[in-house]
Design a protein around this ligand. Structure first.
Ligand code: 13P
Ligand code: SF4
Length: 310
């Protein structure tokens, strides 16, 4: 038995002993996805965290995802393999500065992308993810102005899709802002029949070059449902692992960052490893803890999202 096989066997044993479920985002390393009990986008992972009857949730994703799981399932132990697995969007939107921004727009409905801290969620009327943002914004009363935070690229795309004017918080994802337009254009020239599929966190000039835009789950489904044989994928390349399994035989091309760097890989997601997954299952640390008063305030806009999502 190789060292990796032994580690996987130990994780499986611990999962049974702890009555634990391992949830993983599509951006995680393939070996983590392979051991997960459930893989999904942010919305699907939230739903799973709310409905599971496991005692322990091991969240292989980033901090705001694990925190959302804890908000939805406070009675469960929620552990994150590496507590430093953050998100540039959440970091770009400190709660105090957000409170000042809101105070300048007191009549606005506050819609926050799930990629934010509990302290920002607690100041929001409604949470959205990239898979339901357009639909939820369209459901808001037409006479109410809307403030959208923290991702300005997603916000601009939602604005265009929904026809609603949004006041945007200027946050961005360091991963989705790095894709090179030059590299994308070269790939399009080399593969003229390829379909370009993009996550809405990408910059507008790249989204303008895309044939299909959607959340990670929608991009994954697209590689299965589209007749195209080749896809140029403008999102974090961790998702290629599921795409290869669900659309075998199709050609999947990721797009490098500017200057050919591999900064299209999310550095926060990469902090989680199989060894850390094992260790947190064993020690049940680091665990996500939240003050109950904050949790209850952050819960309301998440519940509203789950109720409004079709
Ligand atoms: P999804 O909701 O599409 O999974 O996106 C989450 C994310 O962090 C994208 O960078
Ligand atoms: Fe955050 Fe971007 Fe990483 Fe997604 S890819 S978790 S938005 S830093």
């Amino acid at each position: 038995m190789s060292a990796d096989d032994a580690l996987v066997a130990a994780i499986e044993r611990l999962k049974r002993d702890r009555n634990a479920i391992v949830l993983a985002h599509y951006y995680q390393e393939p070996e983590i996805q392979d051991i997960a009990d459930f893989i999904g986008d942010s919305l699907e992972l939230s739903r799973k965290a709310a409905s599971t009857d496991a005692d322990v949730i091991v969240f292989c994703g980033v901090h705001f995802m694990a925190e959302t799981a804890k908000i939805l399932s406070p009675e469960k132990t929620v552990v994150l393999p590496d507590l430093d697995a953050g998100c540039s969007l959440a970091d770009d939107c400190p709660a105090d500065a957000f409170a000042d921004f809101r105070a300048k727009h007191p009549d606005h409905v506050v819609v926050s992308y799930i990629n934010c801290t509990a302290a920002v969620k607690a100041q929001s009327d409604l949470i959205c993810t990239s898979s339901n943002a357009v639909d939820l914004v369209q459901q808001l009363p037409a006479d109410r102005p809307v403030l959208f935070a923290p991702d300005q690229n997603l916000g601009r795309w939602v604005q265009r899709q929904s026809g609603r004017e949004l006041t945007l918080w200027p946050g961005r994802c360091i991963v989705h802002e790095t894709f090179s337009e030059e590299a994308l254009l070269e790939l399009k020239l080399e593969h003229p029949d390829a379909e370009v599929i993009a996550h809405p966190e990408c910059q507008e000039h790249l989204l303008d070059l895309a044939d299909f835009i959607g959340s990670t789950s929608k991009l994954l489904n697209r590689t299965q449902s589209s007749a195209a044989e080749t896809f140029i994928v403008l999102t974090e390349p961790g998702i290629l692992h599921q795409m290869k399994q669900r659309a075998p035989g199709k050609t999947l091309l990721d797009v490098p960052g500017v200057d050919g760097c591999s900064c299209n890989a999310c550095p926060y997601m990469r902090l989680n490893t199989l060894q850390k997954l094992h260790d947190c299952l064993e020690s049940l640390e680091p665990a996500i803890e939240l003050e109950e008063e904050l949790r209850l305030r952050a819960l309301q806009p998440i519940q509203r999202m789950l109720e409004m999502s079709r």
